[in-house]
Design a protein. Structure first.
Length: 419
């Protein structure tokens, strides 16, 4: 096992290129199951979750080659309909094979993903939607079994906007008979990326990116050839890194359109955020101003950026209030940030963060993906040495993080846990 060792206190400076988005690439890879042929997906980040979904596609009978940021999937032979527990337990997004498998093969058996560090994360809305489209759903030994000779279009209202639910049902509806309308759908940019790819495959998806998505089912689709959008959460993480180290960083290929809430809050904290033709440049303030943050579905402030902003606000000039409204247990980083000397108090869904003059490095333990990122950020700004262990969480979602931070001037390296 490896850990990350950071000697903090360096200003980050330079240019960084943002990778393709994990949360867009995962549903796109699952969408290759919708039709036979050779699919091509470019700008795919080399991450543990991507390797897991590639393995899952292979388990289902497809062949996949991942080389130089491109995944080629041949989905001619999808002969197995079971997504096994061993793969699903390591990555919740595996459940996104459910919609495509039922749509193409009329059946699927997918292990229930179960709870995880940030919350219970049920999939009831995915299942209700498939049922409304005519699928018969049963639960057997921890597996969801779904069957439908032919899915039928339906109007489906989500009690809460769900990103994965919207994606799963959009894929299922692409090959259904008739029209499906998803109401109170999630509006995240990754859903638009998926809709664009599906439409290029011959599907008919309208309204993606709004809260009503309409899908006219078609009889057949053709293989995809698509470039994955940039990772707005990775971009946001580098922006916070620049801000909290009083740095000056250019994110060369970043797209500001899907980062509005993050940019607005960084500016409110005092950072200079310059949007230019060459990308997004962030210059950190001398003094970080406290913020009020409420996480919400897109276009609200993303829950996936909550932990990173909390790390920054531990050094603000005053007290910030952060409300986590999307997941019920997404403050796992708090006790680890406290080990670095931060002053944070949790009261239900809210965290009160009282800024301190300086953080002091310490050994800390990562508990989930974005919690890990927040600990790395805190380590970059802290005095002395911070050691972050259990970094396999980080490897689920950040491509070459230390390498990119090192190039920006950070003193960071990955070493064996017992080094
Ligand atoms: C791979 C991927 O894209 N992951 C993202 C996706 O996760 P994911 O798609 O799992 O998140 P959802 O949007 O589905 O979850 C939002 C909320 O809805 C609840 N819910 C969801 C489905 C359901 O059937 N029933 C239900 O109650 C969840 O518990 C949660 O409280 O969106 C989250 C919210 O932006 C992000 O944090 C994750 O990074
Ligand atoms: C929670 C996240 O991912 P996942 O839904 O894959 O667990 C994330 O990307 O922050």
């Amino acid at each position: 096992m490896k850990k990350i060792v950071i000697h903090g206190g360096r200003r980050l400076q330079g240019t960084v290129e943002v990778s393709g988005a994990k949360n867009a690439a995962l549903p796109l890879l699952c969408a290759t199951l919708l039709c036979p042929g050779e699919h091509r997906l470019g700008n795919v980040p080399d991450l543990r979750d991507i390797q897991t979904v590639v393995k899952l596609l292979e388990t289902l009978g497809a062949t996949a080659v991942f080389e130089n940021g491109q995944v080629r999937v041949n989905a001619d032979r999808v002969v197995n309909v079971e997504a096994p527990y061993d793969l699903v337990k390591t990555m919740r997004a595996s459940v996104l094979v459910l919609g495509p498998l039922v749509a193409r093969l009329g059946q699927a058996r997918v292990s229930l993903p179960g709870g995880c560090a940030i919350g219970a994360r049920p999939i009831d809305l995915h299942l209700k939607g498939l049922e409304a489209m005519g699928a018969e759903i049963t639960l057997d030994h921890g597996y969801v079994e779904a069957r439908a000779e032919k899915l039928r279009g339906a109007t489906i209202y989500f009690d809460t906007p769900t990103v994965g639910g919207t994606e799963n049902l959009m894929m299922a509806a692409a090959l259904a008979e008739g029209t499906t309308v998803l109401e109170n759908a999630a509006c995240e940019p990754e859903i638009v990326d998926l809709a664009n790819a599906l439409n290029a495959m011959g599907a008919c998806v309208r309204g993606a990116g709004s809260d009503t998505v309409t899908i006219e089912g078609v009889d057949s689709l053709q293989p995809m050839d698509h470039q994955v959008m940039m990772d707005r959460i990775e971009a946001g993480t580098f922006m916070v890194a620049a801000a909290m180290t009083r740095g000056d960083v250019l994110l060369s290929n970043a797209d500001a359109d899907c980062l509005e809430a993050v940019i607005s809050k960084l500016r409110e904290a005092g950072a200079e955020v310059i949007l230019g033709d060459d990308g997004i440049r962030v210059r950190g303030p001398e003094e970080i101003q406290p913020l009020q943050i409420k996480t919400r579905p897109h276009p609200g402030f993303p829950t996936d950026m909550q932990a990173q902003f909390m790390a920054m606000l531990t050094l603000a000039k005053g007290t910030s209030v952060i409300a986590e409204n999307v997941f019920e247990n997404r403050f796992m980083h708090v006790c680890e940030l406290q080990r670095l000397g931060s002053k944070i108090r949790i009261d239900g869904k809210q965290a009160m963060v009282e800024g301190v003059e300086q953080l002091l490095g310490a050994p800390v333990m990562a508990t989930d993906l974005r919690a890990s990122a927040s600990l790395v950020l805190a380590g970059l700004a802290a005095d002395n040495t911070t050691e972050v262990s259990r970094i396999y969480h980080l490897d689920r979602g950040y491509e070459r993080l230390e390498e990119k931070l090192l190039a920006l001037g950070a003193d960071i390296r990955r070493v064996a846990e017992d080094a």
